[in-house]
Design a protein around this ligand. Structure first.
Ligand code: ADP
Ligand code: MG
Length: 249
């Protein structure tokens, strides 16, 4: 368990409604530095919404959100959000690479344009990061020439190029051909082993079990149960968790 003081990410009593529908009903979650937390649960239970509140993509109605020194719930404008967004990267199911830019350019673009880093330094960093996600040799290819899994690894390298402290992964393998899923999960596993702080929404239960430090099960806008993977998968306490696991395992 992570104590409040050393948590890098802290959510307390977060509530969010869309119109009359309350989709987050008091979410509390702490993630320590270097911790990998998987969020699992049925479709529509609020998993993506939780991630979007962490990086300020979605303003909340109630509650407290902190990432490092940033009190996210108090940030109002894009300008106020900017330092937070640099610290928190997000990787989506849709990788949204620029099709007419090479793989290298896709990775190097934001650090130059957004952070104003030296282009030559960023280029070297991008080459290193592409090797890290096992795409060395693909630097001058275009996204369309790569498999879905390779494109997703470019998207991960692009996130890393911003040198974030936290990466949020939202079902990043859900749209991939089965044979390319493994390489993406392996890349994420390597990041976790290196101590990258991650929150991962995933349907890959074996991955959640083998890679994460803690698993949160969400249902109808609540975190019903949160435990180390061995505990949550082998001895789920809540009947809703048991029912969900019975369906997916
Ligand atoms: P999950 O990721 O667990 O599948 P989401 O967090 O995407 O669930 O969504 C939770 C609920 O909030 C769903 O019922 C969804 O339809 C609703 N929802 C999400 N985003 C919006 C939005 N922008 N406007 C209205 N309803 C939304
Ligand atoms: Mg979702």
């Amino acid at each position: 368990m992570t104590s409040r003081s050393e948590a890098l990410i802290e959510l307390d009593g977060v509530r969010k409604s869309f119109g009359d529908t309350e989709v987050l009903k008091g979410i509390s979650l702490n993630v320590g530095k270097g911790e990998a937390v998987c969020v699992i649960g049925p479709s529509g239970s609020g998993k993506s919404t939780i991630l979007r509140t962490i990086n300020g993509l979605l303003p909340v109605d109630e509650g407290f959100i902190r990432v490092g020194e940033h009190r996210v719930h108090e940030l109002r404008s894009d300008r106020e959000m900017r330092p937070l967004r640099r610290q928190v990267a997000m990787v989506f199911q849709q990788y949204n690479l620029f099709p007419h830019r090479t793989v290298l350019e896709n990775v190097a673009m934001a650090p130059v344009q957004v952070l104003g880093h030296d282009p030559e330094e960023v280029r070297e960093r991008a080459v290193r990061l592409l090797a890290k996600v096992h795409l060395d040799g693909k630097e001058s290819r275009y996204p369309g020439e790569l498999s879905g899994g390779q494109q997703q690894r470019v998207a991960i390298a692009r996130a890393l190029a911003m040198q974030p402290e936290v990466i949020l992964f939202d079902e990043v393998t859900a749209a991939l051909d089965p044979e390319t899923v493994k390489g993406v999960l392996e890349t994420i596993r390597e990041l976790v082993v290196e101590g990258m702080t991650c929150v991962l929404v995933t349907h890959e239960m074996r991955f959640a079990r083998e890679v994460s430090h803690r698993v949160c099960f969400t249902d109808h806008g609540r975190i019903v149960e949160s435990a180390p993977p061995a505990e949550l998968f082998d001895a789920p306490q809540d009947p809703r968790t048991r029912e969900f696991l019975a369906q997916v395992l």
